[in-house]
Design a protein around this ligand. Structure first.
Ligand code: ATP
Length: 249
């Protein structure tokens, strides 16, 4: 039992959820390590949604509303941490949900689909994938033809760079949620939200709600996004923060 007044309460709850996900065969040990990399960057960012992330969230919301076939890609970490938030975003944005795993097994894919359905999803793709992303050797190449394969916009979080690159190569607009502004995913995605996934998802859902109803021209303007410039703003934020935290260094 984690005391609510513990200064790292939220972070400890996240860890507990991931460990539970691991015990239930949803997350893999490698996913727990990947989470640690994210935590380190969150520490540097200040464990809060920073202005460049807000700008990326706005662009991502506009891109989702403009999409004709948006898909949210789900892995073991995101299913363990935020299944309800993923389902809520999918419903609000009219996006499909698809399980996509690096360490894939049919059993794990089915378990994740079950978690999403329990969280309210009516349909979960990717359990029996029948298509492949070209030029990708990992298990992540296995996708649903009605889902990621034919999507025009794919949202992914806590991902490695290979698949992001392959999806961009296929001509898709990729929205990534990734705490590491230096990762290949962050640099290769079309719109990178440098924020913790459970902080970013509700804000993104809210933004989709608030932009709905805007005309296409306005949405296009909001969705046009300079990802490199935004990542630079994140790095400047981290650098300023480090200087403020350690003025004597
Ligand atoms: P790349 O191949 O893109 O350079 P990587 O090798 O670091 O990335 P992984 O080891 O799969 O890829 O790590 C997943 C990424 O997800 C890391 O960049 C990590 O910072 C990020 N991450 C981990 N946990 C979270 C989280 N809770 N919210 C957002 N991002 C996270």
């Amino acid at each position: 039992m984690i005391p609510r007044d513990h200064p790292r309460y939220h972070s400890l709850v996240q860890r507990e959820k991931l460990v539970r996900g691991y015990e239930q065969g949803i997350a893999v040990p490698e996913g727990l390590i990947a989470h640690g990399r994210g935590e380190a960057f969150d520490y540097l960012i200040g464990e809060t949604t920073i202005p460049p992330a807000r700008r990326a969230i706005r662009a991502a919301a506009a891109a989702l509303l403009l999409a004709s076939s948006p898909v949210i890609s789900v892995n073991g970490n995101t299913a363990s941490l935020c299944a309800e938030q993923l389902v809520s975003l999918a419903k609000t944005a009219g996006a499909k949900l698809e399980v996509n795993l690096f360490y894939r097994s049919s059993d794990r894919a089915r378990r994740i689909a079950r978690v999403l359905r329990r969280a309210g999803a009516s349909e979960v793709l990717g359990v029996e994938p029948e298509a492949e992303i070209p030029d990708l050797s990992s298990q992540r190449r296995l996708v649903s033809r009605r889902g990621i394969y034919s999507a025009d916009v794919v949202l992914l979080a806590v991902e490695d760079g290979d698949r992001t690159e392959a999806l961009v190569e296929m001509g898709k607009r990729v929205i990534a949620i990734d705490l590491n502004p230096l990762s290949r995913t962050a640099r290769r995605a079309s719109i990178t939200i440098v924020d913790e996934v459970t902080r970013a998802l509700p804000l993104l859902t809210e933004e989709v709600r608030s932009l709905r109803g805007l005309d296409v021209a306005k949405l296009r303007k909001l969705a046009s996004f300079d990802n490199s410039a935004n990542l630079k703003a994140v790095l400047e934020h981290i650098s300023r923060r480090l200087t403020e935290l350690c003025p004597d260094f």
